[in-house]
Design a protein around this ligand. Structure first.
Ligand code: IVH
Length: 670
């Protein structure tokens, strides 16, 4: 796009007009779900705005739609106190309990007519957002209700949240940040591809996303927010229903399903209706929230220490569905563990199609008497992986087949072994193909040796075509071997070889973790690497020596000793050495691994040897960060003359307190 040179005044007008236009379309798209232009046209407007702003950077304001996603990663989240506590809600699970809630209300406000607002209870994270002078300035998570984390920049990436409002100078809005199912599934698919652990449910994924340090990454998670409360300084709205209308008029996204109910019966109908219909929503709800509508009545009712007396959550029962077990398969994991998995007739459960369910182990199948062909009740309680709750024995036809747990590994046919007292059978063959595939996938995964391009499909081919019989074989692959594989040209085979080569010098911690020793996760791998400093020394370590290390108990110790006793693992080690892999521990200096990396400072009082600004600059140069309020995450509070209340708080929270002179010593400037 070519931008004619404009005068400052013309550019200002143009930018103002573009911002208005973009804001209008953002609201139409993200809040009203009613887009007026195509994504392409929308992106064009944003691009145009960006180009004007590049030409006139002095005209960029924090509320510009181009400024939703900050360029710089943030250093952490400062703990911040809520102006008024964010209370939690009492729960009830039956109509009777809900009626008791109304009884309690009627005792306090007798002879008054009570109407309610029924809202969906979104399963996300409570959040408060503050606007000053019509501009978005801050967001804080609910936290413990009194203090939460300042997540201003991350929340700014939520496109449905307006960055400017009209009419009011000082407002606070509260609502629930959530992740739609679709975004949740995408995140988990991506994590599965990268061999990262999966989020159990959208709520956890939303919480994890809100705590990411890079706003760009947060933006890619597509969080969203429904608002349900507004506090306007100097103005009290008469009811909750009015609250919702004002939020809507100001451009906030409110949940469209909320209902003004004139009686408790209507509330109950709302609950019954949504108990069924929640499956059609594209986000997770776990019940409804019932709120007394009138603000006056709410005030008369007041709150207990934890909950308001004027609101309650009426939960939905756990999500259950019935389906048929078509088959039971046995999967072989990296450690040779045999896990039975029920293959189900696909059934939809809270927006996700379920077609498999783990049956854990042989004993579980026996205990629940699960047979192939059985109808079963499955349940998801927030988590992704459903479990079989019970078998519907009354639906049996007699054609159901008892499952015989295989005595041999379904992949390689070797004998399986179930140690005394354990529930899990394992394949005894160390070169079982499935075990080898799983081991190689793990070895190459991002957090292990991080070999890009060595994904699942390629691992399968390498092993099925017998090009890899032991993991170390990947370091001896020849171009002609690779060229015979599907979808492998000379360029991609060279790229793969380069990536494999690049993994050779990786640090010892990664290598130990990559070996896939049972019970040795990343943390234990780190402890072993820093203690033994050399893979050979670790391989000769005795149990006594191993259990001296913090974080290593007898179970882990025995597993390490066992691993290095196996002839195939000794061979693997020798071959990896021969291939030229790094076996030594060298504490890497990571980027950002500066003397004060990860340390959070709070400065208070007047300093005599340098200004607070200078001290801040030095701390930042050394990799630390400076925040303005003391929390349990503060590493040091540095006190100068006449310190304020921060010193008291530091003492209360037992945060390390440094005099100026001690601080200078820490930064070696005395
Ligand atoms: S009202 C004092 N309304 O549920 C009023 N909360 O279990 C308190 N929640 O902390 C909140 N949807 O994070 C309210 N429509 C809704 C809600 C809702 C979800 C969350 C909120 C609260 C938690 C209590």
């Amino acid at each position: 796009m070519i931008i004619k040179s404009l005068s400052f005044k013309q550019a200002k007008q143009k930018i103002k007009k573009l911002i208005e236009e973009i804001k209008y379309h953002e609201k139409k798209y993200y809040v009203d779900n009613d887009p007026q232009i195509s994504d392409y046209e929308f992106d064009k407007l944003v691009k145009e705005l960006k180009e004007f702003e590049n030409q006139f950077p002095e005209l960029i304001t924090p509320e510009s739609p181009t400024q939703r996603v900050g360029e710089q990663p943030i250093s952490g989240f400062e703990s911040t106190e809520h102006r008024t506590p964010m209370l939690s809600l009492d729960n009830c699970y039956s109509r009777e309990e809900l009626k008791e809630f109304e009884e309690r209300i009627k005792k306090i406000v007798p002879s008054e007519k009570i109407d309610y607002v029924a809202e969906l209870k979104i399963d996300g994270l409570g959040l408060s957002a503050i606007y000053r002078d019509e501009k978005y300035i801050q967001s804080v998570t609910r936290g413990d209700g009194f203090r939460g984390d300042d997540v201003t920049l991350n929340v700014k990436t939520i496109r449905s949240l307006p960055l400017t409002i009209t009419d009011y100078h000082k407002i606070e809005v509260r609502g629930e940040v959530y992740l739609p199912f679709l975004s949740f599934q995408k995140i988990n698919q991506e994590r599965a591809k990268n061999d990262e652990s999966l989020f159990a449910n959208p709520r956890n994924a939303a919480a994890g996303s809100l705590r990411l340090l890079d706003p760009k990454e947060v933006a890619s998670r597509h969080l969203d927010i429904f608002l349900y409360s507004i506090f306007i300084e100097g103005k009290e709205l008469p009811s909750q229903w009015e609250n919702l209308q004002v939020l809507k008029e100001l451009g906030f996204k409110i949940n469209p399903c909320s209902r003004h109910c004139s009686s408790l019966e209507e509330v109950i109908s709302f609950w019954e209706e949504w108990r069924e219909k929640r499956e059609d929503l594209d986000y997770d709800v776990d019940g409804i929230v019932v709120k007394v509508n009138s603000t006056e009545q709410q005030k008369s009712l007041g709150s207990t220490a934890k909950f308001p007396r004027w609101a309650i959550s009426f939960k939905f029962p756990a999500r259950q569905a019935t389906t048929k077990i078509q088959n039971i398969e046995v999967q072989v994991g990296r450690t040779g563990a045999l896990t039975p998995v029920a293959i189900l007739e696909p059934v939809k459960l809270s927006g996700i199609t379920i077609s498999r369910s783990t049956l854990h182990n042989e004993d579980e199948i026996k205990r629940k008497d699960i047979r192939i062909g059985d109808y079963v009740l499955i349940e998801r309680s927030g988590d992704v992986i459903p479990k079989v709750v019970s078998v519907m024995k009354e639906r049996r036809t007699g054609k159901e087949v008892r499952f015989v747990f295989p005595a041999k590994c379904p992949v390689c046919g070797s004998l399986t072994f179930k140690p005394e007292g354990e529930a899990i059978s394992r394949c005894t063959n160390s070169s079982c193909l499935e075990k080898l595939k799983e081991s190689l996938r793990h070895f190459a995964s991002r957090r292990a040796m991080n070999i890009e391009g060595l994904g699942e499909a390629l691992v399968d081919q390498l092993i099925e075509k017998k090009l890899v019989k032991i993991i170390s074989d990947i370091y001896f692959l020849k171009n002609e071997d690779l060229l015979n594989l599907e979808r492998m040209g000379s360029k991609s085979s060279q790229n793969l070889k380069d990536e494999i080569e690049k993994s050779k010098p990786r640090d010892l911690t990664r290598l130990i973790y990559a070996l896939g020793i049972r019970y040795v996760g990343e943390r234990t791998a780190q402890a072993l690497a820093s203690h033994f400093k050399n893979l050979k020394t670790l391989s000769r370590a005795s149990l006594e020596e191993l259990i001296q290390i913090e974080d290593v108990g007898p179970k882990v110790g025995e597993s390490v000793v066992f691993f290095f006793k196996q002839p195939e693992n000794i061979e693997l080690m020798n071959k990896l050495k021969e291939a030229g892999l790094n076996f030594f521990y060298k504490k890497e200096k990571k980027e950002g691994d500066l003397p004060l990396s990860g340390q959070v400072f709070v400065l208070t009082g007047k300093f005599s040897r340098m200004t607070r600004e200078k001290a801040t600059e030095i701390i930042k140069d050394l990799g630390g960060s400076v925040t303005s309020s003391v929390s349990s995450r503060t590493s040091y509070v540095v006190v100068g003359e006449s310190p304020g209340s921060k010193l008291e708080r530091a003492k209360k929270l037992e945060v390390l307190i440094l005099e100026e002179i001690e601080f200078l010593r820490l930064i070696k400037k005395d």
